[in-house]
Write a protein that binds this ligand. Structure first.
Ligand code: NAP
Length: 489
């Protein structure tokens, strides 16, 4: 049974009541964080307005709460606290009598304590209704001991909540209930999370479809650092649902690729029993993953980067769908790319896949990069021309491709070329997809060029990934619309 618990933490009793009522719409259980109130007041009004089961929590600052509380103040609070469905009581404060509604909890905001097993055993030695352990994941492998705790509690017939806080612990929040967790916590709003890495209840339900996840659910994910703002989960989860596939796609924040592959991915060595089927790989790991694979397709070997992994029986196979995804929108628009004069701006990973794919189509390529040494290195690898990026006109090119981050993130207002520089160019293709309409594409429109958005490439490469994992073609429209929606278009 999947239970989503939405904690509410407000300074005034009025705000607590409003938030608790709102939380009842998305949560199955509401946690009232009494330690957030600046003044303790009668809770009866709030409790009468909440239509869901309630957990009451009064946590001291040193254990992640919002109040300086000594032992005596906490004991006094619980002596007079109203009876709710559950009380979350920290493990250093055992209740004197009735344990039937107690969640006995332990928190570690720094990492995974070495004595985790002893902590579990100490909690399990109490007659508390539910055992709760929240640790902090500094890398994704920190999810392993948390999943183990859930396995152990299930085997021992105990209700337990085990969660790894932080972005790297997201898998424990999404997969926890399907692995026996009594509940999973979720925020009411984007900015109202009460613990690191907590995502909204709305996301848990409408992006990850947490209510549908079970032990048979096929798991796929995006490996990279950072990954939390990726739109890939939106595309793949929407496509799984549209195709009636029992699958979930998660962002997997990985620092140490080697230990992730050994301990969580490779079926021969992994320590986690999960139905992992496929991985997307993004920066900075696209080249680093090569050495952990059993088989790599020839194209990916030539490009020197893998962005897709299929886990089949005991083998890991690597593919590169970036190159095919990159070229697909061009082949939709040009009958032939042979002899087309192409400027590729940038000399990083995306430029590399683009140059490789364009060469296969016999295009005539020039690489333009701000660092001439990097342009030279890539140019020599593929035996194509290269130049330093300058403010020269692009009039000698049919197609201009931006493979730099100019136009996104901190460089959102910047463009590698102006309308004047683009005069006479037939087509401009910006690999940046967030935002969908970049300054470069706006300049290209002014110059009368045909434009291609980076989102087309993103969807095209995702389509191939989906087919590799499921053997079925996804709805490209569903993928595009869900990504555009996530990008706020
Ligand atoms: P990368 O490996 O880090 O390479 C980035 C390239 O851009 C490098 O040549 C870098 O030069 C250059 N660059 C960075 N800042 C610059 C600036 N201010 N002015 C000029 N050049 C600059 O990144 P990547 O993986 O190739 O990705 C490049 C872009 O393509 C990103 O925006 C990414 O989101 C996008 N992309 C899109 C898709 C898609 O599916 N649409 C797929 C992959 C990538 P230095 O080496 O000198 O820093």
């Amino acid at each position: 049974m999947t239970r989503v618990c939405v904690p509410v933490c407000e300074k005034t009793i009025e705000a607590l009541e409003t938030a608790a009522v709102r939380a009842s719409e998305s949560g199955d259980i509401i946690e009232l964080r009494i330690d957030c109130l600046t003044r303790l007041e009668d809770l009866q009004n709030v409790l009468s307005r909440v239509s869901r089961p309630v957990i009451l929590t009064f946590r001291p600052r040193e254990q992640g709460g919002h109040r300086d509380l000594d032992h005596q103040a906490r004991q006094l609070f619980w002596k007079t606290a109203p009876r709710t469905d559950w009380w979350d009581v920290e493990s250093d404060l055992a209740p004197e009598t009735d344990w039937s509604h107690v969640i006995i909890s332990h928190h570690d905001f720094a990492g995974v304590p070495e004595e985790l097993t002893q902590i579990y055993e100490r909690l399990a030695a109490t007659p508390a209704a539910v055992l709760k352990i929240a640790v902090c994941a500094n890398d994704i492998v920190d999810c392993i001991p948390v999943f183990r705790l859930l396995d152990r509690a299930r085997a021992e017939g105990r209700d337990a909540i085990a969660v790894a806080m932080g972005n790297a612990g997201l898998a424990t929040r999404v997969l926890g209930p399907s692995r026996g967790a009594f509940l999973t916590y979720a925020a009411l709003d984007e900015d109202s999370g009460t613990a690191p890495g907590q995502i909204t209840a709305q996301k848990l339900r409408s992006l990850y479809h947490i209510d549908q996840i079970d032990r048979e659910t096929m798991i796929c994910g995006l490996v990279g650092l950072p990954v939390m703002h990726s739109v890939s989960p939106h595309m793949h989860n929407a496509a799984f649902r549209n195709a009636s596939i029992n699958g979930v796609y998660l962002p997997l924040e990985v620092r140490d690729v080697q230990s992730f592959f050994k301990r969580m991915v490779h079926p021969v060595t992994r320590e986690l029993d999960w139905k992992l089927r496929g991985l997307s790989v993004t920066a900075p790991h696209k080249s680093a993953v090569l050495e952990f694979l059993d088989w790599i397709e020839a194209d990916a070997k030539e490009i020197g980067a893998v962005n897709t992994i299929v886990i089949d029986n005991d083998r890991l196979s690597g593919f590169n769908t970036d190159a095919a995804g990159f070229i697909a929108p061009l082949l939709d628009r040009f009958e032939s790319l042979a002899g087309l004069r192409v400027a590729v701006i940038g000399a990083g990973g995306a430029a590399r896949a683009a140059v490789w794919a364009l060469l296969k189509q016999n295009a005539t390529i020039t690489i333009l990069a701000r660092d001439i040494e990097k342009a030279r290195a890539l140019g020599r690898t593929f035996d194509v021309s290269y130049e330093a990026l300058s403010s020269k006109s692009f009039t000698d090119y049919d197609l201009v491709i931006n493979a730099t981050p100019l136009g996104s993130g901190e460089l959102i207002d910047q463009t590698p070329a102006t309308a004047e520089q683009l005069a006479g160019v037939r087509c401009v293709y910006d690999l940046v997809y967030n935002p969908m309409d970049t300054p470069l594409l706006k300049e290209a429109c002014k110059a009368g060029c045909t434009t291609i958005r980076g989102l087309e490439m993103l969807v095209a490469q995702a389509r191939i990934q989906f087919e590799l994992w499921t053997g079925k073609p996804p709805s490209v429209q569903v993928m595009y619309d869900s990504a555009a929606d996530a990008l706020g278009a």
